[in-house]
Design a protein around this ligand. Structure first.
Ligand SMILES: Cc1ncc(COP(=O)(O)O)c(C=O)c1O
Length: 442
């Protein structure tokens, strides 16, 4: 096959402005993959790269699974596109039904989006609109959490709590406040959920009294803040948040864009932790990363509150051209089948002890200041190099790629979230390489 010559040079890297990437350093030393299968990518120079982060926390069943590939191919031949505005197609309904059957009790209405960011903004808008239809239009405030990540649209950026993601974008949404994060020094090297810090949820009480509870529409948190560095909820924290929200009539939204679809050993972390929110935002693992799709799972009573007035008027003025796209819906159905057939969520649960053990074996490596884990997600904090924050973790990520393993660095944290099909020996391969690279980087 001839190499396409678009910018005058074969494979010119200059035109593409990569998201969330140091572009100049990337283009000096690119990490390019061209194929994938199961646990591995193949780089453009033909090397096998073990994927320790499920692509970007999304390929939970492993890459290029034939059931999903076939479903997408068949669907592309049958129906390329159907508008979801005032028409639709059967498999979007099938997927919504399947999702409602595996979601936590009561969250059985589904609004489709194309990404995690869109799911978050959709959920925030539904929260505001729901209070309005309930005659509580004064509930306009949204509460997020420090170090939280809810995507990059204006709503998600506003409730998000990662400073670098916010500081360039002006004043963002008005009326937003943030809970304190739950990353406590005294919980360092906890295995699973940390013991201390449930009382951090009580900050909601203070925020509610500051603004008056009747002005607050919703609280949004990730059950585990993965992008912020795999920050876990202290034992009892989510329960307290739930109770406070219920008491004050505030909607609780769990952003499960990463924690959904097996990462914690169940369909949703909400089920693992036994706390039911009013809405769940999802994306990523919903289609195993194969076709962009997100969804907001909504309590039926919230949905039903909109189903009033004349039957031929639109109930919610919101939606995307590609909501419930046929290819994404087909990919989603096949993905859920695959998760079920291979019992992948139970597999994540059963591998979590080995994962935890191997991860914590890195504790004595130089400059390791904390290790956190739950299910098949984990993180290693490294002491920053003085004057060069983020450099230590970033260079370890680069060297790991060159050595044949894809990991993620965020700040001075290394993050792991492997596909749920990973083997015990592959977990060992990842931690062995990390032990070597962390030691060499000292
Ligand atoms: C918790 C959470 N919410 C939202 C998003 C945004 O998802 P997307 O990148 O699909 O817009 C992410 C992405 O990592 C996420 O982790």
């Amino acid at each position: 096959m001839q190499t396409p010559r678009i910018c005058g040079q074969p494979n010119d890297l200059s035109a593409y402005w990569l998201p969330f990437t140091p572009n100049r350093s990337f283009k000096e030393r690119p990490r390019l993959v061209s194929k994938a299968k199961g646990m591995h990518y193949t780089s453009v120079d033909g090397r096998k790269i073990l994927d320790a982060v499920s692509g970007l926390w999304c390929v939970n069943a492993g890459h290029n699974r034939s059931m999903i590939v076939k479903a997408i191919q068949d669907q592309a031949e049958r129906l390329d596109f159907a508008s979801s505005f005032q028409t639709s197609h059967p498999i979007a309904f099938q997927l919504a039904t399947q999702l409602s059957l595996i979601s936590p009790e009561g969250l059985d209405r589904v609004f489709f989006t194309n990404s995690g960011s869109e799911s978050v903004d959709t959920a925030l808008k539904i929260a505001l609109a729901w209070h309005k239809v309930n005659g509580e239009g004064g509930r306009t405030r949204l509460i997020g959490r420090e170090k939280g990540y809810h995507g990059v649209n204006f709503g998600g950026t506003s409730v998000g709590g990662m400073v670098a993601n916010r500081k360039m974008y002006g004043s963002l949404l008005a009326g937003v406040d943030h809970l304190p994060h739950t990353l406590l020094r005294e919980n360092a090297f906890s295995r699973g959920l940390p013991e201390k810090g449930a009382d951090l949820a009580d900050a909601l009480e203070r925020i509610a009294q500051l603004h008056d509870p009747s002005t607050i529409a919703a609280v949004i948190v990730e059950p585990i803040s993965c992008s912020g560095g795999v920050i876990l909820p202290p034992k009892g924290y989510l329960e307290r948040l739930r109770d406070l929200c219920t008491g004050y009539g505030i909607l609780l939204i769990f952003d499960e864009v990463i924690t959904g679809f097996g990462r914690t050993g169940d369909t949703f972390a909400s089920q693992t932790f036994g706390v039911v929110p009013d809405m769940i935002t999802t994306a990523k693992g919903l289609t195993n990363g194969s076709v962009p799709m997100g969804a907001v799972l909504v309590k039926q009573e919230i949905h039903d509150a909109f189903m009033q007035g004349p039957e031929d008027t639109i109930e919610l003025f919101h939606g995307y051209t590609y909501s419930g796209h046929p290819l994404a819906a087909a990919a989603g159905l096949a993905t859920l089948d695959l998760y079920r057939q291979e019992k992948l969520f139970a597999r994540a649960r059963s591998l979590s002890a080995v994962f935890e053990e191997r991860l914590h074996s890195l504790r004595d490596c130089p400059n390791v200041t904390d290790i956190r884990n739950y299910g098949l997600v984990g993180a290693i904090d490294l002491k920053p190099i003085e004057g060069y924050p983020t450099k230590r973790a970033f260079s370890i990520m680069q060297r790991a790629f060159e050595a044949g393993i894809l990991i993620r660095s965020t700040g001075d944290t290394l993050a792991l979230s492997p596909p749920l099909i990973i083997s015990e020996s592959q977990i060992g391969d990842i931690t062995d390489l990390l032990a070597r690279l962390i030691t060499e980087a000292a």
